[in-house]
Every structure is written in C-alpha cells, then in structure tokens.
Design a binder for this molecule. Structure first.
Ligand code: GZL
Length: 305
C-alpha cells in the first residue's frame, strides 16, 4: 500500500495493493470500454486503483507516472499513447523500484528491463486479418482503390495495423492505397478526413479504418456525399465495439477485426503476481476474432461493450 515502504507489502500484510494506471484518454468507444474493464477488475480484485486520463497527450501520461512514483504505488500500468519517448520516466520508475506493466500499446524502448510485461493485442496480425478479408472480398475486381484512415500518429496500433495490412495487399498490384491520413482514432477525425478524401478520390472502392470510431465518422461523410456505405464504398475496420458492430449488422461496415479492450482481469492477475514476486511472461496476448454482418447480428445481444 501507499503508506508502506516502497514496494513493500506493509507490516500488517493486509495492506491493499496500490496500482497507478495512466490511461491514454477517452478518444473512442474502445478506450472507454478499456477504462471500465480496468476499473471494474481493480474493484473485483480488491486493488486500490489510482487512475488518470491523459487526453491523448504523452506529457500528461509522463506527469501521471511521475506522480505515481512520488506516491510510492506498488505497481504502475499504462497504455503508451505513442511508442517513443518513455525511457527517461521508465528509468525513474526502475530507480524507485516500482515495476511497470504495459497494457494495450507497446513502447519502442531498446531496454525491455524497463517493464515487466506487455499485455495486449498483436496489431500486425489485426492488419493482416483485414488485408486477408480484402483480398477475398475483391477477388474478382481488376483494380481496387483504397483509402486508409490511420490511428494516432506514432502509436503502436497505427504503425502495426498499417504494416500488417500493407504486407498482405502488396502481393497484388491491383490494390493501391490512393490516400492515407490520420483521423486520430476519433469519429470526428474519421469524418473530416473522409470528407476531404472523397473530394480528391471520389472513386475509391474501400476504406480501411484503424478503428470502428473513424469508420463510423467515414460512414457519415460517405452518406453526406450521396453514396451508400458498405456498397458504393466498402469498409473494413478494427475493434468491434457496439456501435461498430451495429453498423456491421446493418451492412454499412462490411467486416470488423476484433481488438479486445477487456484487459482488466488479466491486468489484475499480472499485478498480483508481480507484487508477490512471481515471474510473468514478457508478452501476454489477448484473445480476439473477426466478424461478418451475420456474426455481428448473433454477437450483439451479449456484447459487453
Ligand atoms: C488498440 C487501442 C486503440 C483502439 C482505438 O488496442 O490502442 O486505441 O483500436 C483506441 O479504438 O482509441
């Protein structure tokens, strides 16, 4: 607990584990579901959670991590908004003998002793799954013009989802990405970028959005341009949050690659193991699948987020 020696379990032995969590922000349906999962799981695990929202700004996450170090929390966890620029503050946590757990997104630090484990999805695999669906969906097409709505610039999901997708479609020159721009994972960003790209590329066949929220914004722009989303312009997105799955069930999105935000329970298990000095694997993958419109209709009623 906070009042015990740094990293100590406290004299009484019944001191609650204190976890400091520095969240990215509240930019998307995925993020709010992720926050709820962490908060609910901490409560269920009897862990004292200190929580901060960085409004998608790296300097705010760094400030939050520093405050957790000052408070001598037992464990620090965070989802790095971008991959780079963490070594200094992670070294401060290491010097303070406070273990750090990466959740959801990764850092590009060369020194992996700066964190205990990275718990999250394989974003390259997510991009490949989207690419594989595109290859099948457009098997009979002679040319396929693609617009890509990228996630937050410099973030692991944006970098890796673009890489995985490109790896698949590069096999056939009929696929060309005619426009690619960041919508910062937000609905508004997806709408603004799509409005602009439809003016310069009115004949695109497909939009690949790095998350549902940007895809939902794109749908608004496509409809405002008098076109039918899912038909005139197909969409493939990543996340599978409720609003995305609803659009999928209505045929406005054609395929969604799931990225599970429900990391809370696994995170609390890791925190307890770390506190108890038990070893934890360096990389813990989350389970996730893909959805067609029919599968979305079946899954929606029981969807947690
Ligand atoms: C992916 C996560 C991304 C989601 C977006 O694990 O980091 O951030 O795909 C969210 O919806 O904003």
């Amino acid at each position: 607990g906070v009042d015990s020696a740094p990293g100590g379990s406290g004299g009484g032995g019944d001191a609650k584990i204190v976890l400091g969590f520095a969240q990215v922000g509240a930019e998307s349906g995925w993020r709010t579901a992720n926050t709820k999962s962490v908060q609910d799981a901490a409560k269920d695990a009897g862990i004292d959670l200190k929580f901060s929202d960085a409004q998608q700004k790296q300097e705010n996450q760094i400030k939050a991590i520093r405050s957790y170090i000052q408070q001598k929390v037992d464990v620090i966890a965070f989802s790095p908004v971008v991959e780079s620029g963490w070594d200094t503050v992670l070294k401060e946590a290491k010097t303070a003998n406070i273990p750090v757990v990466l959740t959801d997104r990764a850092v590009d630090s060369a020194d992996d002793s700066l964190y205990v484990t990275f718990l999250g999805s394989d974003f390259v695999a997510e991009g490949k799954k989207a690419g594989d669906w595109v290859v099948k969906e457009f098997a009979d097409a002679s040319t396929v013009k693609i617009a890509q709505l990228e996630g937050t610039t410099g973030s692991a999901p944006a970098i890796d989802r673009a890489e995985g997708f490109a790896d698949v479609i590069k096999a056939d020159p009929k696929f060309t990405i005619v426009a690619s721009q960041t919508g910062d994972f937000t609905r508004a960003g997806g709408k603004q970028v799509t409005e602009a790209l439809l003016k310069s590329n009115p004949d695109i066949n497909l939009i690949y959005a790095h998350n549902d929220d940007m895809g939902l914004g794109a749908i608004e722009a496509i409809e405002a341009a008098g076109k039918v989303p899912g038909q005139d312009i197909k969409l493939v997105t990543v996340d599978a949050v409720k609003d995305g799955m609803t659009a999928l069930s209505e045929g406005k999105i054609n395929f969604i690659v799931e990225c599970s935000p429900l990391l809370g329970p696994q995170l609390m298990d890791v925190v307890k193991k770390v506190k108890a000095g038990e070893s934890v694997e360096k990389r813990i993958l989350t389970e996730e699948t893909t959805f067609t419109p029919e599968q979305a209709k079946e899954a929606l009623p029981s969807r947690q987020y």
